[in-house]
Design a protein around this ligand. Sequence first.
Ligand code: MLT
Ligand code: MN
Length: 310
Amino acid sequence: MLHILVLGAAAGGGFPQWNSNDAIARRARAGDPDARPRTQSSIAVSADGRNWALLNASPDLRQQIHERRQLQPAADAALRASPIAAVVLTNADVDHVAGLLNLRESQTFAVYGHTRVLDVLAHNSIFNVLNPDFVARRPMPVDTVLALSDGHGKTLGIRVRAFAVPGKVALWLEDKNAPDFGTAEGDTLGLEIMDEAGTSFFYIPACARMTPDLAARLQGTALVFFDGTLWRDDEMIQAGVGAKTGRRMGHMSCDGEDGSIAAFAALEVRRKIFIHINNTNPLFVANSPERTEAEAAGWQIADDGMEILL
Ligand code: MLT
Ligand code: MN
């Protein structure tokens, strides 16, 4: 059995983003129940309901721990303790690695990531706040099933298979002079998470395109969390808040011919949930036409605190 806990549903910046002053940001700040705030994307997974692996560590992790009793030290635990046993990274985006900085203070756990991402951590000495005497950094090669274990090597009963999906190197690591901004395989991963009995689901918070390989992996699966960054590719330009398309950022949109709703319509997936949703995406607004359309196509919108037992 897998316990899944959504810690945050929003893309980088969260919802509302700190400097957003558009209508939905104002509604969120005013406490409108139809436009509730969301923290930045991350989920927690556990096989036993006690020891948890985080899939990405968002900059909002401190708040997420504060809000979710499952991630707080147990009443009978040591004076310094955490149920967070491992963190699995899908890329080096700020919204996925900056939360590691909350996990300082010589607590033992393990960080799993592709060597491309572990190299980024190694080259940025601020990540040395994760004391190497306590925090194991373990390479996660693609297309290999790994049994996750905590910092002491005790198995968590969770297995993960990482695989490359189309995407882009993290924005803050872009090389403007290199083809594709210096993107290489391993910069954007999808994860298949499994328990020991074979129950599994997918976590894919960034993906630029549906490929035949990805479609074959997802066909027939029980649950997928998928990149819901933008509703429309040019949404930020249309809204007058940015110059970039979703494509330029390495994300496929929900709507449109090449969008995820159309791509998944051809697949048998029992439960599909949008996550990593940008602050401009009308999916955040209950009863918006876009949200109604996504729900009619069988999609759910991730919410902070959502719990799933699989
Ligand atoms: C993304 O998902 O494209 C990045 O998180 C963007 C960013 O770093 O702001
Ligand atoms: Mn992101």
